[in-house]
Design a protein around this ligand. Sequence first.
Ligand code: SF4
Length: 330
Amino acid sequence: MAGIGEILPRIGTGVREAAGVEPFAAALERRGLSLVRGGIATLQVNTGHLCNLRCRHCHLEAGPERTEIMSRETMEAVVSFARRFPFRAIDITGGAPELVPDLPFLIEGLAPLAPRLMLRTNLSALSGAAREPLLALCIGHRVVLVASFPSTNPSQADAQRGAGVTETGIAVLRKLNAAGYGVEGTGLELDLVSNPVGAFLPVSQESSERKFRQDLSRKWGIAFNHLYTFANVPLGRFRTWLLRAGNYERYMKTLVDRFNPSAVEGLMCRTLLSVSWDGFVYDCDFNLAAGRPRGDRKAHVSAIRKLPPPGAPIAVGDYCYACTASSGFT
Ligand code: SF4
């Protein structure tokens, strides 16, 4: 019998995506819409696929067995890029960036170059005494911490991320609060990211934020600044899970049915560039996961002499429907 890897349509190689789904580009065209670049404000830096967790929804299929991480040489190229083209915000993500040995070098290089430097964390990778110097560095540079925290229901969250992960995350959130993160008046911003724990769309960001604030405060005395809710993107491990469960086509239909034309204008890919662990440039982290570089061919940050101008096309795939469902992924 064929393994799941043999029967999955391979994205980025021209093989079909979801059967019966109108291609995303055609859906835009039919409505007189186009997805093109605006002014670029954010640089996203993906430090690699190494992670201490193996979450079910991960579009990058990150995990402990992955070896791809950003080298110091690539970090130097990224810092030089950010110096040549000032960005309003820089967003460091992974995998688990905390596991990348030269992360402090990257933070120190990027912090002076943008008014807002963000570091994504799954929280558990930030736990333990070995991470104290990293936390001190983040405090010193006023790095915004963006922590994934899928649900305030520990059994639901652990089902997605692994047994005991919520308990560790709560301990880290308490520690961050004690250090001033998420606490009014400190200037240390702590944001949370929640995504559905199954094949359904998130409820509105406003009501989720209200619920998370109440639950986290009541159950564990934890405070935070903002909550962002995102739909799971049907790529990587989440896509494999949907296919195995026979839910892929249904999930795609849900995304297509909830297409919101007014979300297109605010999509993050209009104003963001994403750099992979090996230094290549993509329109977003999802195109990176799908192996769809921006432009005609892969370009390395060290070779880029000008940013894509407003109006430049953006590479799209059927997974883009996850960004335009309901209120959108902005
Ligand atoms: S996946 Fe989302 S962010 Fe990426 S190109 Fe498509 S619409 Fe834009």
